[in-house]
Design a protein around this ligand. Structure first.
Ligand code: FPP
Length: 267
């Protein structure tokens, strides 16, 4: 038996365990561990990022084929600017290259791509390719792929607060009208439903300023695998784990014909 056949069989086994009716529609991923993966192999960190791109392509395909609807990835945080200039420039070039090479296929697959974050500090050529990719794919409706770049959850929340304060001061809204719905409508992710599942790779157990508002009720799955070694098998394991959880949203699990006494004993 070939290695490919063994892997295919394992994936087929995992696929059988997945309930297609209970898929997380929106999955968010913190793709962590590129640098460590490369360093452990005695390679420059840039190799880890390149390998990370090919993993991302596979996971995007897998999520779409499975029937999920939205994938949001953390590609560059507001804190990533503190990395050495060489690495920052490498990542910026990588984003342009990946977009140039992949946008045709993304469009053919009817995927809508959106970049979430403050694009102002990026070079003109990257901003142009982002803008043309977004407008090319804006009417695609099979799947949404959101790439967070120069994104920070706290910065996003502050931006919304400023926006709402300004609207209040000009009388466009009354402060008493401010509620979660209005707040949502000012977020960079407006119009996108919150992720049901957050996956973080490399064993780190932090949110790292990612989608702070949007992840309020998301299930979190930590994989010990470094992002460049993450694969469809690990991805399906995360979904199976998600499906084994009971989502309560701060309430209690509601069971049919459950008496009040029974439900009070639930936690
Ligand atoms: C985290 O690993 C990874 C990043 C900061 C960059 C991820 C970017 C990509 C995979 C490219 C995606 C491209 C597009 C266009 C979507 P790390 O460097 O923090 O690893 P470490 O924690 O081991 O140092």
């Amino acid at each position: 038996m070939t290695l490919e056949k063994v892997i295919d069989d394992k994936i087929a086994d995992l696929l059988m365990k997945i309930d297609k009716q209970k898929l997380p529609k929106h999955i968010a991923i913190i793709m962590d561990g590129n640098g460590r993966w490369a360093s452990r192999k005695g390679l420059p960190r840039s190799f880890g990022h390149k390998q990370g791109v090919s993993v991302l392509k596979k996971i995007l395909k897998s999520a779409k084929n499975l029937g999920c609807k939205v994938l949001t990835v953390y590609a560059f945080s507001t804190e990533n600017w503190t990395r050495p200039t060489k690495e920052v420039n490498f990542l910026i070039n990588l984003f342009s290259e990946v977009l140039k090479n992949e946008i045709k296929e993304i469009h053919e697959e009817s995927i809508k791509i959106k970049f979430v974050g403050d694009l102002t500090p990026f070079p003109k050529n990257l901003k142009e390719i982002i803008s043309s990719s977004e407008s090319l794919t804006k009417n695609n409706n099979k799947f949404s792929f959101n790439v967070c770049v120069n994104y920070g959850g706290r910065q996003e929340i502050v931006k919304v607060a400023k926006e709402l304060a300004l609207k209040s001061s000009t009388g466009e809204i009354n402060p008493s009208e401010i509620n979660e719905e209005l707040f949502n409508s000012e977020l960079l992710t407006r119009g996108i439903k919150d992720p049901e599942l957050l996956i973080r790779t490399s064993g780190e157990k932090r949110i790292s300023n990612f989608l702070l508002w949007q992840l309020a009720y998301s299930e979190i799955y930590i994989s010990d695998v470094l992002w460049p070694e993450f694969n469809e098998h690990e991805f399906l394991k995360a979904i199976i784990d998600y499906q084994s959880r009971t989502r309560r949203f701060g309430g209690i699990e509601s069971l049919p014909n459950e008496s009040l006494e029974d439900s009070q004993s639930s936690s």
